[in-house]
Every structure is written in structure tokens, then in C-alpha cells.
Design a protein around this ligand. Sequence first.
Ligand code: KIV
Ligand code: NA
Length: 265
Amino acid sequence: PKRVRTRHFQNAKAAGTPITGLTSYDQLSARIFDEAGIDFLLVGDSAGNTVFGYDTTLPVTIDELIPLTRAVALAAQRAFVVADMPFGSYESGPLEALHTAVRFMKETHAHAVKLEGGVRSVEQIRRIVGAGIPVMAHIGFTPQSEHGLGGHIIQGRGDGLEQLMADALAVEEAGAFAVVLEMVPSEAARLVTEKLRIPTIGVGAGPHVDGQLLVWTDFAGFSTGRIPKFVKQYADLRGVLTDAVTRFRSDVADHSYPGPENSYD
Ligand code: KIV
Ligand code: NA
């Protein structure tokens, strides 16, 4: 299959064809999503929650994300793979940001990087893009600043719309090829999407955006804990796996596994 590139994102927006993205943290899920035709795979720092068991994304390190990103990038034949830059790996300035982005590009085979922040991150975006590395921006609710924002709070409401629009225009100007809008009202996302030339990717941003992204363990019913309202449940993987492991345990307990068909003569 022909690899998705940044121009695919641009063409999709122009054609009105919705872009699809999922997070992925390992080669097994990456292969499935890639073969199903998902356009891009984000190796998110949401791995902090989904893989590593932290309460927030804040403790996630570059060293933790690199092997996961490499596994996804090696598995994906068609999908565009985006490496998420963790908290503390780019805020100090453009040079730190470039250094981190270069590490991801050299060590993981990813095709782009993502970082959080609008106006506050423009120097970082400009520097990374200037080195030939595509940047996906991320504005609205930005989990790495959840303490500063005061929790998981919808952004871009009321007066917040002005800030959201300023952030969106700033990242486009800085050279981002796409921008994630997380947890913003549908109407705000629509206004931003109409204003921007680059595609908007919504995660909890309603239908009027250029693409949709979800955390895969949420959409597939694999995650524990509270699932946000914007996530539609497409499967019950927890249920499926709980049933499988319960049957395995009971088969072993009553000696019905392994039978002759699972044993060597
Ligand atoms: O880490 C992540 O999964 C993300 C998306 C939810 C935008 O940043
Ligand atoms: Na993230």
C-alpha cells in the first residue's frame, strides 16, 4: 500500500474526505489498524495511562515512548505514524524541542512528531518544521497541562474561543501540517476548521472537523476507569478477554485443557 504522507492530510481536507486516526502503542494493534485503513497512528503519551499505569501523562519519558513508537512504525505499512513528544521534552525552547524531535525521527522510524500548545509552542514548531520534520500541533484541552488548566475541562467555551482561534492560527502560521483539537465545543471546532487551511483532527471536538482521533483502548472497550462522553464504544474487549481468561482458568482447573488435540504424542 502507498504510504500516507502529509499531502494526504491536505488533499483530504480539500476533498472533504474525513481523516481517521487512532492511538497505538504496540505492533499488534498497529497492524490491525493499518490493515483496516486508518490514516495515521499516534503513539500518544496517553501510553502513560494505557500502558504504564500512571494517573496522568506527566511522568512519561522519551525513553519510555521510543520503543513503543518504533514497534508501531515498523508494523505500519500504509499509516502515517506520529510520535508524541512527552511533557518536559520541549518546553525549554526550540533547541530542546528540535533535539527531542530528531531523537524520535532517528530512533523510531516515525514520520512526524506531535507536541502540545498553541501560541506558547510556536517557536518549537517553527524550529522542528525548519529541520524538515512534520509537526502535528495539539490545542484545546492539553493533558500535559491539566494541573494548570484545573482538570479535564472543555476548552474554547465563551471567552475561550478567542484563545482557541489564536492558538489555531499560530500553529498553522508556524508550519504545523495538522492540528489536534481536544475537548472543544462542536461550534468552536467548526469555526476553527473553516478558518484554517491545515486540517483539524478532533478528539472530543464534534463532527465539524477534518478528521477524528481516538485513544484505541477507549474506543475498543479495553480501558479501565472513566471513559469520556465523546468516545463511542465500538467493542467490549475487556468483556471478551475476561471471558477468555475465565474459561482458560476453569478449563485448567477441571483438567479439560489441554486435551489430546493440544498435546504432542
Ligand atoms: O496521547 C494521546 O493519546 C493524545 C491524543 C488523545 C490527542 O495526545
Ligand atoms: Na498526548
